[in-house]
Design a binder for this molecule. Structure first.
Ligand code: A2P
Length: 340
């Protein structure tokens, strides 16, 4: 094993995902030679902990990446679009959690359990994209099914936690819940409607076709990661008053027939998946169980009796960990081990 260590920058280090990226680097013992935390000018003066050391936050600038090997970005699409090319130009490979580069044909879009080979394509632009949180947890269990039985069509409805929107949204759900329970007035700033005690069928912006951008990401990103443009995906994405952990109801139409039993057996041995499926004892995947861990929980596996080749399942994962930070750090690990 190589003992090589790397100079690592985290852009968006003060945010919900950036903070978790730092924790993941620590927990997974990433081979760090030096580490740098970047955010907006507002955060200069703050310090963030890394393995017991208080590291000052620096302002993200065009020349922030000189002498750095790997940058993990989670500072929003516009920031990635602007600054990732400067990092790449300075020889610092970017693993980007925003949607800015995901559909660029020259940028690989990677879920390590599914298409780690795509990382090799990083050389085109010096950028690797991390998929959308809802797509990651969907393709982890669907990839082995697609390989073995072929997936024709996916119908998915999501129940997404507010942490996916960022720290401000976590604070807004907290504040609204407390205010409503205490009969006080409350502010609604992050979402167009109150999120406490509510469900919003609206994630990201609405497009011409009536879908939201989040819903279309689930189609385009799934096709890119599974390397199959014939798969149909129709999604309804919903924000729910949950802090951490996205849940998804997924209906799959396969090309070859597969029983619920065979799906369960296949997923039992799929890397990154934990089958949690004993409904008679009230055991099924829950957001509060997924939160804080890296596995994608799959349960309620059953045959869709309305079609000849259909499967239903309920899939839950921590959107900040596997849906964002962990997946990004896993990509960086493969990059560091096999390519740098
Ligand atoms: P800051 O804390 O200084 O605003 P979240 O998704 O939780 O809202 O976090 C967003 C992250 O992206 C934060 O770390 C935020 O830094 C950072 N960020 C947002 N805009 C910029 C920018 N223009 N330049 C650098 N970092 C930014």
């Amino acid at each position: 094993m190589s003992n090589k260590k790397f100079n690592v920058a985290v852009a968006g280090a003060t945010g919900a995902v950036g903070n978790q990226m730092i924790t993941c680097l620590e927990e997974r013992n990433f081979p760090v030679k030096s580490i740098k935390f970047l955010a907006s000018r507002r955060s200069v003066g703050r310090k963030l902990d890394y393995k017991g050391n208080a590291i000052p936050v620096e302002e993200l600038k065009e020349d922030s990446f000189k002498g750095f090997d790997i940058a993990l970005f989670s500072a929003g699409g516009g920031t990635s679009e602007k600054f990732a090319p400067f990092a790449a130009q300075d020889g610092c490979v970017v693993v980007d959690n925003s949607s800015a580069w995901r559909m660029d044909p020259k940028v690989p879009l990677v879920v390590p359990e599914v298409n780690p080979h795509a990382i090799a394509q990083y050389t085109h632009k010096g950028i690797i994209a991390n998929p959308n949180c809802s797509t990651i947890q969907m393709v982890v269990p669907l990839h082995p099914l697609h390989k073995k039985y072929g997936i024709k069509r996916i119908v998915v409805s999501t129940y997404q936690a507010v942490s996916g929107t960022g720290k401000k949204a976590v604070d807004e759900l907290d504040a609204q819940t407390r205010s409503i329970l205490n009969f006080k007035s409350y502010e609604t700033e992050v979402y167009p409607h109150p999120i406490a005690f509510n469900c919003l069928p609206h994630i990201d912006v609405f497009l011409e076709n009536g879908y939201t951008k989040e819903e279309m990401k689930m189609l385009h990103e799934t096709r890119k990661i599974l390397e199959d443009d014939t798969i149909g995906v129709t999604a309804t994405t919903v924000r729910v008053p949950v802090f951490y952990g996205h849940s998804e109801s997924i209906n799959i139409e396969t090309i070859e027939h597969v029983s619920a039993e065979a799906v369960r057996a296949l997923l039992e041995k799929t890397s990154g998946v934990k089958v949690v499926d004993d409904p008679h004892n009230n055991i099924y995947p829950l957001a509060i169980d997924a939160a804080g861990q890296d596995l994608t929980l799959v349960g309620r596996i059953r045959e869709d009796e309305s079609i000849s080749n259909g499967i239903n399942m309920w899939v839950v994962a921590d959107n900040i960990r596997k849906g964002a930070a962990t997946n990004t750090v896993q990509i960086a690990e493969i990059l560091a081990k096999d390519y740098l």
